[in-house]
Design a protein. Structure first.
Length: 182
């Protein structure tokens, strides 16, 4: 009898310990997911302000966004370059832009899980943001659609672009955030 109680008690302790461990893991995942979603929302907000307020405003004064902006005093960076330049300033996590048919190969998804997530977004407009664990990182993707014709025109006519048939509204790629698991 005593032995049965002892065994039951240790099973109970084991169960409690493992459920605590599981809830800690879930809590950790949830906070990573929230962090990634907040970062994506912030990047999208800054990018919108850059495109709508800054780019539109300077165009009235004859300044245009251009890929080779650094060689031209009357040009500013493209919004994709703005996001990537901000990403280059970050030390604790990665921020970038990816596409399945990117202008430059260095903007391809870095892993199969990223490619799969992008394909999932491609297949359904319901997936605007996707978050997932991938190796020793936790990642988030925010869908990047051709909201204006200029996105389509530039990508379709860019000499390095492998895809020439984008239409307005198409998914062109995604903003990606990669944070390291502790
Ligand atoms: C004037 C040309 C131009 C315009 C306009 C433009 N892009 Fe791009 N885009 C580029 C170039 C060049 C790159 C590669 C930049 C780099 O990584 O150095 C790029 C990169 C990207 C990427 C990363 C994957 C890839 O295809 O290389 C995405 C996604 C993207 N752009 C989406 C958009 C969207 C959405 C718009 C409209 C809101 C847009 N672009 C407008 C030229 C343009």
């Amino acid at each position: 009898m005593k032995r049965t109680v002892g065994v039951q008690a240790s099973i109970l302790t084991l169960l409690m310990a493992s459920s605590l461990a599981v809830s800690l893991v879930i809590a950790a995942d949830t906070s990573q997911e929230r962090a990634v979603k907040y970062i994506l929302a912030t990047v999208q907000a800054f990018r919108t302000v850059y495109s709508k307020a800054i780019v539109e405003h300077v165009q009235k004064g004859g300044v245009r966004p251009s890929e080779n902006w650094h060689k031209d005093d009357h040009a500013i960076m493209l919004n994709a370059q703005f996001v990537k330049a901000a990403g280059a300033e970050l030390k604790d996590f990665e921020l970038g832009l990816i596409g399945l048919t990117p202008i430059y190969k260095f903007n391809l998804p870095k892993t199969q899980a990223e490619a799969d997530a992008l394909k999932k977004m491609m297949a359904s407009p319901d997936f605007k943001v996707l978050t997932f664990a991938d190796g020793n990182q936790f990642k988030g993707l925010a869908a990047d659609h051709a909201i204006v014709q200029a996105c389509v025109d530039c990508h379709n006519s860019h000499p390095s672009s492998p895809r020439k048939d984008f239409k307005q509204g198409d998914l062109m790629g995604a903003i990606v955030v990669r944070i390291n698991n502790k």
